[in-house]
Design a binder for this molecule. Structure first.
Ligand code: 6CS
Ligand code: FE
Length: 299
């Protein structure tokens, strides 16, 4: 089951010319042990099995207010208007995401180094870690658009050159996540199956995919098969909750037509032993503000 991290062998072929069959995950989900951090054996077992862990009250109401203030500051900072790190909604031009927030906000940089996050990321990944990607997502009310079904790892493998799914994302809710305001849906256990996608990666794909992903999304038949097998859970919870989820879990979110925005801070930790190589299915690597190549261990 555990395949040594051999970046030259592609266990996760995708962006195929014709549909491929599902592949079993060739790597563990949890790499560390109970002794390596705050998750106890039962929590590690649950994460290995489901591919995600929800922690309520992960950050305090005061921190939620501070992070939200940063999110609003970034969304309205005139210096970011023409910055590639700011992604707007296709239909309305409203701010959808800001990337590489640790470089733009000392508050969020400190969050990424907080032991509450680092200790858990290191334990799940069984090594020192660095930030592969960070973003704040706004999912505004009324016209916020969601993210179609996808595996993050499929994109990070194909377009960023991430060898194995030895990365974990931490999404911290800054607004209440209701079932109806574009909450994240996950297929529990889907992280143990790799779903290859059809379609060659266009050049400069990220210019459009971060607004609306069309390439690197599974077929409707494959989504149906995965949903039938795993079911669909929804991440709901108060502001301050954290969703830790495996890089390869199948997830997506609906649009948000309610008056209630669904904002979060999204931090992706990668193992320093899983550094990006050449893209496995793209002509050129994505820019570093989307996929960092600085593997200096986070302290
Ligand atoms: O392409 C990416 O890296 C981003 N896309 C999505 C829809 N989720 C993961 C990541 O932020
Ligand atoms: Fe995603």
């Amino acid at each position: 089951m555990t395949t040594a991290l051999d970046p030259t062998t592609d266990h996760y072929r995708t962006r195929l010319a014709t549909p491929g069959s599902f592949a079993d995950r060739a790597h563990p989900t949890v790499w560390g042990t109970e002794a390596d951090g705050p998750f106890d054996a039962a929590a590690l077992e649950a994460h290995e099995s489901r591919g995600f862990t929800i922690l309520e009250d992960f950050v305090t109401p005061q921190e939620v207010r501070a992070f939200s203030a940063e999110l609003d500051r970034l969304a309205t900072d005139p210096r970011l208007t023409d910055d590639a790190r700011l992604v707007t909604e296709k239909a309305t031009g409203e701010v959808r995401s800001v990337f590489e927030v640790q470089a733009l906000s000392e508050v969020l940089d400190a969050l990424s180094r907080d032991p509450r996050l680092l200790d858990r990321a290191r334990q799940l990944l069984g090594s020192e870690v660095y930030l592969h990607q960070t973003r704040v997502n706004y999912m505004p009310g009324f016209k916020g658009t969601g993210f179609y079904w996808h595996s993050d790892f499929e994109t990070w493998h194909a377009e960023d050159g991430m060898p194995a799914p030895r990365a974990v994302s931490c999404s911290i809710a800054l607004t209440p996540n209701y079932p109806y305001n574009g909450g994240l849906m996950v297929m529990p256990g889907s992280h143990r199956t790799y779903v290859p996608c059809v379609g060659e990666t266009p050049d400069n794909n990220h210019a459009s995919s971060l607004k609306e992903q069309r390439i690197g999304v599974p077929s409707e038949d494959d989504i149906t098969a995965m949903a039938e097998k795993h079911g669909i859970d929804q991440f709901t919870g108060p502001a301050g909750s954290a969703l830790w989820f495996d890089a390869n879990i199948m997830h997506g979110s609906g649009n948000n037509i309610t008056p209630y925005p669904r904002s979060n801070v999204f931090l992706v930790f990668n193992s320093v032993d899983n550094a990006l190589t050449e893209p496995y299915a793209a002509s050129a690597p994505r820019p570093e503000h989307i996929a960092s190549r600085d593997t200096t261990p986070l302290r």
